[in-house]
Write a protein that binds this ligand. Sequence first.
Ligand code: AHR
Length: 311
Amino acid sequence: LLASAVALSPLAAAAQDMTIGFSQIGSESGWRAAETTVTKQEAEKRGIDLKFADAQQKQENQISALRSFIAQGVDAILLAPVVATGWDGVLEEAKDADIPVILLDRTVDAPEDLYLTAVTSDLVHEGEVAGQWLVDEEAGNDCRIVELQGTTGSSPAIDRKKGFENAIAGHDNLEIVRSQTGDFTRSQGKVVMESFLKAEGGENICALYAHNDDMAVGAIQAIKEAGLKPGEDIKIVAIDGVPDAHLAIANGEMNATIELTPDMAGPALDALAAYKADGTMPPKWIQTESRLYTAADDNQAVYETKKGLGY
Ligand code: AHR
């Protein structure tokens, strides 16, 4: 009786003895820190031995980590790829060693047979949602937009830019007047926003589109220091749904965010367990949800709920 009470499901049993390498990008944003925490929790829940490597934003560190995981003979690798290109070689090495690789939150420009699946949001769609929100918000108004891009060469920076441009195309009242990388960090978001304000004059900027919330939060500081009201004088839309963005919306200092779940590992590890148990092939793309939050939502409540979730 006792034995059957503690018997593991075949999926849990498949996961239980696994050793998995996780090559994380770094800790550039609140969202990234939450993803790291959640990934460690999801692995622990399943009895997985997770080997964690922080690449400090460098692709070469990620490639070394992957090579080290391959040399150790791990059962699988989770990879959050800092940039989109340059992965073919090391992914081929993993494939030759029969080690499945799962991509987390960002995509790569590499043949699909080099990884098992990718757990990501629709990054282009996120940009489109942000752009459409601004199209509706500023209907009929001339609006000069500044854009804070994510890390150069990363799939979210490329795709979120593309999606936003798709959404505002054909709306001649909306124009992106400045666009520069803030590297997904709060500190660079502030520095680059200061330069936008200086170059354009704050009164000539109607809206900020930031590829993540951390850069938006840094920019809010710069806007305040310039004597302007963020969320009113300059409308702000960004992506992630980190607690500080919800708080900023609740306080009227930001206008909208598109939520990105930090739980990429849960679906990834479920797919991996099924694959290891009986060879079930997951879809090449496991898509996570993208939800828009605006001032119409109870952002104070969302802030409080999310504060405890690993952010
Ligand atoms: O790849 C996801 C992005 O990376 C998040 O939106 C951003 O905050 C992070 O740094």
